[in-house]
Design a protein around this ligand. Structure first.
Ligand code: GLU
Length: 418
């Protein structure tokens, strides 16, 4: 498969082209940013628990390093392919640019259903994948992080494998590590917290407070759980949450710490006794103030966008709205905080973690969260300014802001050889 074959990649490029048009971007810059710089495909042979060897396919796509080392997560999911990873890598470039971070964009993935792997199999897979992409990553080259299907433990195995092969400890090769081996306070909840900070800003624009606002949250992984928790702690009413097993709903609002306790015991939200069941589809069309899709891409599409009954969509996931659905949201006057802004809290704190790992000097959680809030809300304000000035929707405004910074840097660095 070519990376440009997937709909997600094509949609991403379409948004980039529209944004470039808004800011009259240099055509030579636009031509370059439509393609990743390099794409690495590896075979990952894994010793399974029954001693058989299974080979999985892994990817690392490095989109741009104009602004700094490549940066982006690693995803384990059965639907991973080259085109999806390339789209996600491009989004990382624009996310880091929008947030004014000194980082480029990359993404990795292995086509595997991680729920079907034992802990040993997942460790074997992670170590071999790390070894295969080893020559292309490093503290000043490309710094991976967690994404869908990976977690701090996965990052610890990655850090260990890379360090073993280099011969000494290299904590700054990866972010999203456990605190004990150089991770940052606040990294675990950072993406969810950023979702709440941007939701609060969006509500403020509509004259509403976060406290008392109703939320519907799709996805109860790391991002969804933390968004729900931080929203709940700040007085928002979380009406519904869901995961692959289905959803749960309470008109009075869910007791999120209690739901999290239930999930840590039962693995899924299904069966939670103090709420009614709701399907993932009904959760998306629930009447609420904020809908936060925090799972996978493409869940808001032509078929359901007109049924949405929310004032704001805050994209905790990467690419949850298709291009046409996104346009329709703007027509319907639903404020859509796009992924590269709404879920930027994760990579902002990854940046802090990388800096702390390089300096061997650590910050406390309050420092991390205060600085993250400053960066993400400043970015929100820059996007709002662009939206107002150019009279475009928020997604186009966010992408235009990102492309503008990248364009300046690319023109300053020039093309090698000329
Ligand atoms: N996977 C996350 C994202 O999509 C985090 C990436 C990172 O921290 O490098 O933003």
């Amino acid at each position: 498969m070519d990376y440009a074959e997937g709909v997600f990649y094509q949609n991403t490029i379409k948004i980039v082209e529209e944004a470039a048009n808004v800011i009259n971007c240099d055509p030579n810059v636009l031509e370059r940013i439509k393609y990743p710089r390099r794409a690495i495909i590896v075979s990952v042979p894994v010793r399974m628990d029954d001693y058989r060897v299974k080979v999985f396919t892994g990817y690392r796509v490095q989109h741009s390093s104009t602004l700094g080392p490549f940066k982006g997560g690693i995803r384990y999911h059965q639907d991973v392919d080259l085109s999806e990873v390339a789209a996600l890598a491009a989004l990382m470039t624009f996310k880091c640019s929008l947030l004014s971070l000194p980082l480029g964009g990359a993404k990795g993935g292995v086509k595997v259903d991680p729920t079907k792997l034992s802990r040993t199999e997942k460790q074997n897979l992670t170590r071999r994948f790390t070894s295969e992409i080893g020559p292309f990553i490093g503290p000043s080259k490309d710094i991976p992080a967690p994404d869908v299907g990976t977690d701090p433990q996965t990052m610890a195995w990655l850090m260990d494998t890379y360090s073993q092969e280099q011969g000494y400890a290299q904590p700054s090769v990866v972010t999203g590590k456990p605190i004990e081996i150089g991770g940052s306070h606040g990294r675990m909840g950072s993406t969810g917290l950023g979702v709440i900070f941007t939701a609060e800003k969006a509500l403020e624009k509509l004259g509403q407070k976060l406290s008392g606002a109703t939320f519907s949250i799709q996805g109860f992984g790391n991002v969804g759980q933390h968004a729900a928790l931080y929203g709940f702690q700040r007085g928002a009413k979380i009406l519904a949450v869901s995961d692959v097993s289905g959803g749960i709903y309470s008109a009075a609002g869910l007791d999120i710490p209690d739901v999290i306790r239930y999930v840590s015991e039962h693995k899924v939200v299904k069966g939670y006794p103090k709420a009614e069941p709701i399907s993932n589809e009904d959760l998306l069309t629930l009447k609420c103030d904020v809908l936060a899709p925090c799972a996978l891409d493409g869940v808001i599409h032509d078929g359901n966008v007109d049924k949405l009954q929310t004032r704001v969509v805050v994209e905790g996931a990467n690419g949850p709205c298709t291009a046409t659905a996104s346009r329709r949201l703007a027509e319907r006057d639903i404020l859509n905080v796009p992924d590269i802004l709404a879920n930027g809290g994760g990579v902002i704190v990854s940046y802090f973690e990388w800096v702390q790992s390089l300096a061997y000097f650590f910050w406390d959680e309050e420092q991390v969260n205060t600085k993250m809030k400053q960066i993400i809300t400043n970015a929100f304000d820059r996007v709002w300014e662009m939206k107002t000035e150019k009279k475009v929707d928020m997604r186009t405004a966010a992408m235009a802001t990102a492309v503008k910074r990248l364009e300046k840097a690319m023109l300053l660095r020039g093309l090698y050889p000329r």
